[in-house]
Ligand binder design. Sequence first.
Ligand code: SIN
Ligand code: MN
Length: 290
Amino acid sequence: MKLSSEQRDQFERDGYLFFPGLFSREETSLLTGAVPELYARREVFNVREKDSDAVRTNFAAHLYSVPFAKLARHPRMIDPVRELFDEDVYMHQFKINGKMAFEGDVWQWHQDYGTWLNDDLMPTERAMNVAIFLDDVNEYNGPLMFIRGSHKRGVVDAKHDVSTTSYPLWTIDHDLVRQLVQRAGGKNGGIASPKGPAGSMILFHSCLVHASSSNLSPWDRVSVYLSLCTISNHIRRFKRPEYIAHRDFSPIMTLPDDCLVKDYAVDLPWKDGMPQSALRTSTEELKVAA
Ligand code: SIN
Ligand code: MN
């Protein structure tokens, strides 16, 4: 998939690109159908909501689930990112966020690169998020909200919030959010919220400020997020466990475009369980050859 010059300009200006219905119903349902069994596992890689048993986020399914291992190598997701960076990418993080009906909690205002810098010592913002909707996303089930163009501010001040939800995050205070929204156009387009059918995809810049509210609707809002980092920009610290911040910096090799609906062999290194080493953490900075 080649990006047009209009799409490149739009990404530069807004910090995101939206591709409604990029994956077919057939492709999406193969992924959605695999989620309940993954969420049912009583494993550390399933982070549940603070006050309920619903899964907030499942990590690293591409290492133990065939459909998600294929998605992680899908050219419709990987190629545009490789093209925007003009460099190969590796998988920094892979998650399936639940935002389940009635129970999905908020994601506070944050930038992903803030966390990757503060926790993982990722040197620069040359990394990208790709979201794919596994359910239809509407105004009721907690769609992502972006502050348009906020990626241009680089890394903004953030505080480590370890109490609001079950998942720690470097979050941005309300005054700064107010200012950023105002500068982005206030009520006239300062906040954008892409909505669309299951199978839609969003590419968004790692410094784009985003959030989502809770899901009080009767509809799940399961979405997959690939966080792709350029090879030369790999993280320099393993402060978070490996199932959250990956340590395999080899370039992603894409599969053919029909990989979700056809049989292709994929490696599943954690199919018999996550290795103990994936829980090991360190505050040491990696030594990287100059
Ligand atoms: C995230 O920002 O990582 C997740 C946001 C969401 O799923 O709504
Ligand atoms: Mn995020």
